[in-house]
Design a protein around this ligand. Structure first.
Ligand SMILES: [Zn+2]
Length: 261
């Protein structure tokens, strides 16, 4: 537990935490100073269950993960279209491209991405982008949306070249627990070069638990380890990085959210 920092987690999955028997309720009972939390969708299921867990600083996304290509796509698209009308849905996704296990599903992944990008434009909400082993493909796919949509590269797992090549999209870069892994030099270098007005940290809980809890299930309660690590990489105080992230959250969502002062 930590009482030094505000709790800010721009990306975690409550339903997956529950499935791994990590209680999302602990977040609310064990943290004194929750500033901003966003529970991220992986498909159209469980929306009622997600939104039944409430807190004044908890928001939700609606969307379909790029690896979910085996579901009834039309059904889930329709669910997402309903869910974006919920007043606390403030982002679309996570969507994107994942070529880690197969390239065969790329056409379906692209269809899902374009559907969600169009919806993000229509609803004036940012896109949450998942990209794995797909640097070239994701830049190509997002090109037509440059200047039309806001976005967050979540669980940033590429290197500084990708930051450089994608900066003109105007997206944010969100670092997760894997930046703290010893072998992640490329991601650490990226964390040093992202402009300060474009940086977030997140957990992607229950996955990617940061050092020193690596190996256990993850929770937003561990996000300060990533905050501290990224701050050290950038040679700044964690408190200053926290302040900057709050500024960035404000500039991305404006009056769509209520941030405590
Ligand atoms: Zn995620």
């Amino acid at each position: 537990m930590n009482n030094t920092y505000k709790l800010i987690d721009t990306h975690f999955h409550m339903m997956e935490m529950l499935r791994k028997e990590i209680s999302p309720h602990d977040i609310f009972t064990q943290s004194q100073d929750i500033a901003f939390l966003m529970d991220i969708a992986v498909d159209g299921d469980n929306f009622d269950q997600r939104t039944n867990i409430t807190h004044s600083s908890l928001y939700y996304s609606a969307g379909i993960h790029p690896e979910n290509t085996n579901i009834d796509i039309d059904k889930h698209k329709n669910l997402v279209l309903e869910q974006v009308e919920h007043p606390r849905v403030i982002a679309i996704g996570e969507t994107g491209i994942d070529l880690h296990y197969t390239k065969d599903t790329l056409p379906i992944q692209l269809d899902l991405l374009h559907f969600q990008a169009e919806l993000a434009i229509k609803k004036d909400l940012p896109l949450v982008i998942h990209s794995r082993d797909a640097d070239k493909e994701i830049l190509q796919a997002l090109k037509p949306y440059k200047g039309k949509v806001q976005g967050i590269f979540h669980c940033f797992s590429s290197g500084p070249e990708f930051v450089e090549n994608s900066l003109d999209l105007g997206f944010y870069y969100s670092f997760a627990g894997n930046v703290t892994f010893k072998s992640a030099r490329n991601i650490q270098e990226a964390a040093r070069v992202v402009p300060k007005e474009r940086i977030f940290v997140e957990t992607d809980a229950p996955y990617l638990t940061p050092v020193p809890h690596r190996g256990k299930g993850n929770s937003p309660l561990y996000v300060h380890h990533t905050l501290e690590y990224v701050a050290t990489q950038r040679e700044m105080l964690p408190k200053s990085l926290e302040d900057q992230i709050l500024i960035n959250i404000r500039s991305l969502w404006g009056n769509k959210i209520n941030l405590p002062l």
